[in-house]
Design a protein around this ligand. Sequence first.
Ligand code: 5GP
Length: 137
Amino acid sequence: MNIFEKIIAREIPATIVYEDGDTLAFMDIGPIIKGHTLVIPKTCYDPVTETPDEVLAKLMLVCKRIAAAQIKGLGADGSNIIQNNGSAAGQVVPHIHFHVIPRFEGDGHRWNWNAKKYDSPAEMEKLAAKIREGLAG
Ligand code: 5GP
């Protein structure tokens, strides 16, 4: 059982903010910004590419509700909704989850959004062609 399945089974405690038949939302113990909430399905899927469309759709609707509740309840000015896949992307818990992170003007958090440049338009086009191939396959 992964740590989130233990939370679902109430084997370990969590501070739950929302629950329905398929979904659980609870406070992240290591908040990027206080109020950081995790949204998970009660059935374990991982990664996003192996998660059924209807499960993803439901998760995103709950994320939307949590983000709205962070604005209304916490006075947040915005949010980041993040979902990591694989250790290369920084994923730690192998159970699909969305991070809904409330953001406040002047909260001081900065993502290390280290934007790069393509060597040329041709390089960008070459990579786009490979993604299109992936979409077609
Ligand atoms: P990931 O890096 O896999 O996208 O994010 C996993 C998240 O789960 C982290 O933000 C981490 O703080 C959170 N987390 C890990 N273990 C626990 C736990 O036992 N309880 C709660 N509430 N959050 C956890």
